[in-house]
Design a protein around this ligand. Structure first.
Ligand code: ADP
Length: 649
């Protein structure tokens, strides 16, 4: 089957044009159609030289050269060598009798012939062309769909084949081992067993044990799930099939299922091996309960096929399936039951020590100067995933290259972190002094309030340099904590509202600059009240609903009103509180804003000079000292350390 490409279409168009050109009468501009009456008149006037009658009741009347001018009027120059007119007649019999009469009367002396019309090429063309055209379009669409628009295109007859990438065993150049995965000790330990299975299945089967079918890696994006799966394949030295859940899904019904079958068939041929399905939630989502609504037949049949392949009658041996998702909660229960994905392995965001390890892995290929210390970098990047860290390292190298340095230094890394969190600095953005003052007051508002609230995150720096879409920002070092108390959330909310409160108090106007803050606060308040049960009027209730298509709220209209009220009350309370703090610290706040306008970037130490030592600093250090995040406490706020949680003006 030759591959379809666009030139076919061009060829087809060219053929159509050629056909029209050849079959049309030459001099197509002239009207050669006659009515029967006109025809009779012309014959009676003796214009006709020859008449051909066809079996489809049409007649061609050839015109005598001397009468061409009378028949064709102004167009007579364009008629060519044998000018003729075309006529539809009622019946050949009627024509016969008319012509006989004309001959008798001497009006017509030419010859009459009867012919069969066989426009062979035309008939052929019009019968075949539509089919040809439809096939062409079909091929075109198929190619578009199966090729994903990618270059080269894919044979339309292989849509049902799996698109898995295969990494063969013994491919040492690309081999990834556990050494490449930094941190994630728990997860590594869990998958270690899978490696053992693949290496020595007898050890387990001899005792009657069955080899596990699969493991589900659950965790936020960029935490190294794919990397871990590759490492398993590398360690066990077996072939590795990798594909994404969305690769199964296609517009045609049945393709997904056939791809699953094909994938497992290929895998069984190469067993023992590993199949890795990334983002399995694309196919593994819970099947809908009401088939009439929102059901997705194609996805469901793909999932059913996957379920049977994993643990059906034709159970496979030696094929282990690893899958990754960050939404284990929406997966179908049948997929998670023992015998399929027997184990779930949680791959979490790295903590401080793990981040250090990830930095060590990614710093290796870089040329560093001696100011760089993975430990400090790890402290600067709370909440970063492994992929973010890889990105920081790369970005730092790019920044260093831009400054034409011959080694990457600490400052490059700090700039890279700032850039990744906040976006690119836009020093050239033009602002009026008035705008600048508003932004300074706003950011100083955040800073002042977080300084005086017990549970607010420690401040690192405040800037009014526009970055990304933000006009200014206050940067904090968030605590790495697993649970958050109501007090902490309220204090954060109050600090977030501090920007607008400051604007209102000290400029007398409120502005759109606080929109982002307000959005966050509103969402947070709804979350606290409707999901975390943190309001006095709706205590201990959680209306969280993880079903995808739920059109009804799990609470009554009255409760909805109550939730709205509570949200408003909570936000108003915090706003008033923010105003109180600001009024009490008016002097300090204004000094801070002034300083910010002068220096554009100020650090925690500058704030400390104005307000004195933060009343709660020792307390939070103490808290931090107890936890695993101990090192954070040693972090001196005065080190020029950026960090997380960007409050945008
Ligand atoms: P996902 O969890 O989304 O599948 P990946 O495994 O694709 O994430 O990770 C993306 C990249 O991030 C990896 O290629 C690697 O460079 C980096 N990375 C993530 N986690 C780690 C880790 N624990 N150790 C080393 N590099 C990591």
């Amino acid at each position: 089957m030759p591959r379809f490409n666009l030139s076919w279409l061009y060829m087809f168009i060219a053929m159509t044009i050629a056909y029209l050109y050849f079959t049309s009468d030459d001099n197509a501009g002239i009207n050669r159609q006659l009515t029967y009456t006109e025809f009779k008149n012309m014959v009676n006037q003796g214009y006709a030289s020859k008449i051909i009658a066809y079996n489809d009741n049409t007649v061609d009347m050839f015109v005598k050269p001397e009468h061409v001018k009378d028949v064709f009027k102004d167009d007579y120059k364009k008629v060519g060598r044998s000018p003729s007119m075309h006529v539809e007649v009622g019946s050949i019999d009627a024509l016969d009798s008319f012509l006989e009469k004309a001959q008798e009367e001497g009006h017509f002396t030419g010859e009459i012939s009867y012919e069969k019309k066989s426009d062979f090429f035309g008939a052929f063309f019009w019968n075949i062309a539509p089919i040809f055209f439809i096939v062409a379009i079909w091929l075109f669409i198929m190619r578009r769909m199966s090729g994903g628009g990618g270059a080269g295109g894919i044979n339309p007859f292989s849509v049902g084949k799996s698109k898995a990438q295969v990494y063969e065993k013994g491919d040492n150049a690309n081999r990834i081992t556990f050494k490449d995965v930094a941190g994630q000790e728990g997860a590594k330990q869990e998958v270690q067993e899978i490696v053992d299975f693949l290496k020595q299945p007898e050890k387990y089967t001899e005792l009657g044990g069955k080899i596990p079918k699969g493991a589900l890696l659950v965790g936020p994006p960029g935490t190294g799930k794919t990397l871990l799966a590759k490492a398993v394949a590398g360690e066990a030295d077996v072939p590795f099939f990798s594909m994404s859940g969305s690769d199964f899904v296609e517009m045609f019904v049945g393709v997904g299922a056939s791809r699953v079958r094909d994938l497992f068939r290929q895998a069984k041929e190469k067993a023992p091996c590993i199949i890795f399905i990334d983002e399995i939630d694309a196919v593994g989502r819970a099947r809908s309960k009401s088939p009439s609504m929102g059901g997705n037949d194609e996805r469901e049949s793909t999932l059913n096929q996957l379920l049977t392949e994993m643990d059906g009658f034709g159970t496979n041996s030696g094929v282990i399936i690893l899958a990754a998702t960050n939404r284990a909660d929406i997966l179908d229960k049948a997929l998670l039951r023992a015998g399929r994905f027997d184990r779930q392995i949680h791959v979490d965001l790295p903590d401080l020590n793990e981040r250090k390890a990830v930095f060590e892995v990614h710093l290796k290929p870089l040329k560093l100067d001696d100011t760089v210390d993975p430990e400090t970098l790890a402290r600067q990047t709370p909440g970063f995933s492994g992929a973010d860290i890889a990105n920081v390292c790369n970005e730092a190298a790019l920044i260093a290259a831009r400054h034409k340095k011959n080694a990457v230094g600490k400052q490059d890394f700090l700039d890279a972190v700032d850039r990744i969190i906040g976006g690119l600095e836009k020093k050239t953005k033009i602002m009026t002094t008035h705008e600048k003052r508003t932004i300074a007051l706003h950011e100083a508002g955040h800073a002042t309030i977080s300084w005086f609230l017990e549970h607010a995150n420690p401040l690192i720096k405040v800037t009014i340099v526009p970055r990304g879409r933000a006009l200014g920002a206050a940067w904090y070092m968030p605590e790495e904590r697993q649970i958050t108390t109501k007090e902490q959330m309220l204090d954060e909310m109050c600090a977030t509202l501090g920007g607008r409160a400051a604007e209102e108090l000290f400029t007398g106007h409120i502005s759109t600059g606080a929109m982002n803050d307000l959005e966050r606060v509103t969402k947070q308040a709804y979350g606290m009240i409707a999901y975390a049960g943190m309001s006095d009027k709706l205590p201990n209730l959680c209306y969280y609903n993880n079903e995808e298509y739920s059109f009804s709220k799990p609470y009554s209209d009255r409760t909805a009103e109550l939730i709205d009220e509570e949200v408003k009350r909570m936000i108003n309370e915090q706003y008033e509180r923010a105003k109180e703090v600001l009024t009490a610290q008016k002097e300090g706040h204004n000094q801070l804003a002034q300083l910010l306008m002068e220096k554009e970037v100020i650090f925690a130490e500058d704030v400390e000079k104005i307000f004195g030592k933060r009343p709660w600093a020792s307390r939070s250090e103490e808290i931090m000292n107890q936890g695993s995040t101990q090192v954070l406490a040693e972090e001196k706020a005065n080190e020029e350390t950026p960090l997380l949680e960007n409050k945008e003006a």
